[in-house]
Design a binder for this molecule. Sequence first.
Ligand code: IPM
Ligand code: MG
Length: 370
Amino acid sequence: MSNYRVAWLPGDGIGPEVCDAARLVLDAAGFQADYLHGDIGWEFWRAEGEALPARTLDLLRNTDCAFFGAITSKPAAEAVRELAPEFQTRGLTYRSPIVRMRQLLDLYICLRPCRAFPGNPLNYRDHIDLVIFRENTEGMYIGVEFPKIPEALLAVPAIRTLPPDAAISIRSVTRHASRRIVEAAFQYARKNGRRKVTAVHKANVLRATCGVFLEAAREVAARYPDIEFDTANVDAMCMWLLKNPLNYDVIVTTNLFGDILSDLCSQLVGGMGFGYSGNIGEKYAVFEPTHGSAPKYAGQNKVNPLAAILAAKMMVEWLGEREIASNIERAVAGVVERGAANTYDLGGSASTMDVARSVAESLRCAHVMR
Ligand code: IPM
Ligand code: MG
């Protein structure tokens, strides 16, 4: 195995702790890589007015993929107040670095598997095994927002009818981005023996944007007659996911709906301690636990690192190291099933690093047994 080059972006809050845990497991699994540290997060926003410095973008462009911990984001006014004095008057706007990485590097797939590990006391139901494909570059996340209606937009009759103090966020959905995310979902379904793809939308109200998405989804689905296809409105989908989670398999949707559904689905399989993501493009990908930086737990070595460990598993899988990936997944499943190291969310008192050591131990035992 050649040495991979991995950009290592721990970020803020509990990010560094869960990254250390993932790293311990990667080493124990025999994954060989050079880990190159990258600056990212709140500290750099405050000191430099840039949460994703240009040097970090250069690092991303010169590595095989990146592993990202978490970052702290705060509302606009608070973000500006926390800037170093020399940046306060420059009209800077804080934008989430993870959203920017997704867009700048065209990481158009946000892949979020949600699998109920047998024996996890937090499973909502056993046997849940869902995969979310969230469009990751457009939709409500394009950052075209106006706290007040700009003059130029008053030329649009529908905008003139709005109350003058309305704030506006613009949603953009293209055929191209819709097609490629649905295509990715079907390809995944075919490769992984999945039976069904469900496209989630709200085309009865968001007629223009969700209309484009739904039409693209139907078009792509027609080329995969071997895979069942259905559609659901996002509100109904939330209800159905709670009522019959086993009816679903691969879910594909636009950016904001995917954000919302993926937290819901994480909770079905144990909460944010189990939610992990791959932000995947044609040539590059950024892997991350889906949870945030949880500042109140920072430095306590207390949070569940399984989401980060599973993100690391997805990273090595994407790099083509399938055996290492399945070893990690099996080790995680074993630790969960035996209740070998339960953090507080699972009702135990194991530390972040206890969990990592337990997964590492399980990997070593598997080696010995082979
Ligand atoms: C996620 C997160 C991000 C998002 C935040 C941190 C900007 O909630 O990855 O789901 O909204 O996409
Ligand atoms: Mg989210």
